[in-house]
Design a protein. Structure first.
Length: 554
């Protein structure tokens, strides 16, 4: 009996076992999609957070840059106020003032502080002579010389601190450069500090890629005709050093920062700072630096393509997805195994029932055959001994074929094995009396038992009256396959006593010509030739069917 509880449970899971690989994959897909959606939500929130943080950083950096500019402008304003009250600006006075304000000259990212007086072009020679003699500057020369139409020059007379780059800049006429001249004219017009755009500092003549700028503060003096510009207090800046100085005012190293003059382009890049990681979105802001517009651009930098929280979510989500898939696989595998067990139990029950019916059927058929053989044997027996011997031999013939079929679980029996088993008693020590040949042919159980009985009767007749009754007698048994569905067996005797056709039909002849022929559904050609009996019978090569020996109805 099949366990009803198991049957009920498996039946409930019948829909589940149909897709043993599909359901685990579907669960894995659902878990993976959930993980992906979670990561996307985290990344979206992180993107918003980083955008807010980036905007805050931009504000902080812009404020830091403007603070540095304001600090330098405050120094220049102080110098302008002081030198406006002096008729002449001496080197000692300027040096003392500069050191008091800037120390070593690197304060707030500048290269120092300088003084450039405004001199008419016709006074250049006398100015140089006065500075060489009175100012103890024997090598001072204004360069370059003003061209036609340039009425004034603004040479760098003092530049503190006296570093090597600053010393080589002394004497340079800044008014000769259009970018510097534009800033100075703007400072004069606005009476306020003015910054130049991107330019190359005189201090960096040896470096073609250095970017810098200057901030000018005009110094005015009162004359009879009004306030006239006396000169300029200025500070030169290397853009990269200025940015580094401003970076002390903020503490975010995970962003990219770039400063451009007026607009964003590779040729207007003044300074930049790069961080490690993957470049993210960027934002820009324009700031005013002493009348000159700068563009500050910051870009977010991430340590990886995903945030730390997203990576953790993705990692554990992947593990969870695999676990869900594994659990789903175990469940579906268990359902499939239960289904296999159910099918096996069902098939075993079906086989058991079939075997029981088949056994009952075969037992009834065998008993019917035995009764039929016994009845026919009794009618043609001369005595009890003859009856017993004939009946025993025929039952043994059935038993021999049964044994062959039992070895193949009643699937089929080889034609050659059937012939050999029936002739085995006559071949012991006299194998040369029997010659057999033919291809390998498998017969159904019912056809095998019919053929076994026919060969038994032929062999019995040969042993009593034919070729097997003498030493010189021979039997030739050959079989061929006429078609995939039909085989022919040829029995031929020779060397035995002279054969005459019997006047009375015996049971063996009836068994062969009528009963066996009826079972094999073919005619039997039995001839009693003088040289020996010859028999041809055809056997169907077919699937198993019921085997029944029916008694001839008279």
């Amino acid at each position: 009996m099949i366990d009803q509880a198991l049957l009920d449970r498996v039946q409930k899971q019948a829909w589940f076992h149909k897709y043993p690989r599909g359901w685990p994959f579907l669960l894995f897909l659902i878990a993976s999609i959930t993980t992906a959606v979670s990561v996307m939500a985290i990344e979206r929130a992180d993107k918003v957070t980083r955008a807010v943080e980036l905007d805050r950083n931009l504000t902080e950096i812009s404020s830091a840059l403007q603070r540095r500019v304001t600090e330098n402008i405050a120094l220049l304003r102080a110098g302008s106020a002081l030198f406006a009250t002096q008729d002449q600006v001496s080197e000692e006075q300027f040096s003392e003032f500069s050191q008091d304000l800037q120390g070593d000259g690197t304060l707030y990212g500048s290269l120092g502080m300088g003084w450039a007086p405004v001199i008419r072009a016709d006074r250049i020679a006398s100015f140089e002579v006065d500075l060489k003699t009175a100012g103890n500057r024997p090598g001072f020369t204004i360069d370059p010389r003003p061209g036609a139409g340039q009425g004034i020059v603004t040479p760098i007379v003092y530049l503190e601190p006296q570093s090597a780059p600053n010393r080589q800049a002394q004497g340079y006429d800044m008014f000769s450069d259009p970018a510097r001249r534009k800033a100075m004219e703007r400072a004069i017009a606005g009476r306020a500090p003015a910054a130049t755009g991107l330019l190359h500092l005189v201090q960096d003549r040896g470096s073609s890629r250095a970017a810098g700028f200057l901030i000018y503060m005009p110094v005015f003096e009162d004359r009879g005709r009004g306030r006239m510009v006396k000169g300029f207090v200025f500070s030169p800046f290397r853009a990269q050093a200025f940015l580094t100085s401003a970076s002390e005012l903020y503490r975010n190293d995970s962003i990219d920062l770039a400063i451009y003059d007026d607009h964003v382009a590779s040729e207007t890049l003044m300074a930049e700072q790069r961080a490690d990681g993957v470049s993210g979105p960027s934002i820009e802001r324009r700031i005013d630096v002493a009348g000159q517009l700068w563009v500050v651009q910051v870009s977010d930098r991430k340590a990886g393509a995903l945030s730390a929280l997203s990576r953790i979510t993705l990692f554990f989500g992947a593990i969870a997805s695999l676990m869900v898939m594994a659990i789903g696989r175990l469940i579906t595998k268990r359902a499939a195994e239960d289904r296999i067990v159910l099918e096996w139990l069902t098939s075993q029950a079906s086989i058991r029932n079939s075997l029981t019916r088949e056994l009952n059927h075969r037992v009834k058929n065998t008993l019917a055959n035995v009764l039929s053989i016994a009845a026919l044997t009794r009618r043609r027996s001369t005595g009890i001994d003859d009856f017993t011997e004939s009946l025993t031999a025929r039952i043994r013939a059935l038993s021999a074929t049964h044994d062959l079929l039992s070895q193949s679980d009643w699937g089929n029996a080889a034609l050659g094995d059937i012939v050999r088993s029936e002739l085995a008693p006559y071949m012991e020590g006299h194998e040369s009396h029997v010659a057999m040949s033919g291809p390998a042919i498998k017969l159904a159980p019912n056809d095998a038992m019919s053929l076994g009985l026919a060969i038994h009767e032929l062999a019995t007749n040969a042993a009593k009256y034919g070729a097997l009754s003498t030493i010189e007698g021979r039997i030739h048994v050959n079989w061929v396959l006429l078609s995939p569905e039909l085989a022919e067996i040829h029995w031929r005797e020779e060397g035995g006593p002279t054969v005459t056709e019997p006047k009375k039909r015996g049971f063996g002849r009836d068994l062969i010509e009528k009963i066996v022929a009826h079972e094999l559904k073919s005619e039997v050609d039995l001839k009693f030739n003088p040289g020996g009996v010859e028999c041809r019978l055809k056997v169907p090569v077919r699937a198993s069917r019921e085997f029944v020996l029916r008694n001839e109805r008279r």
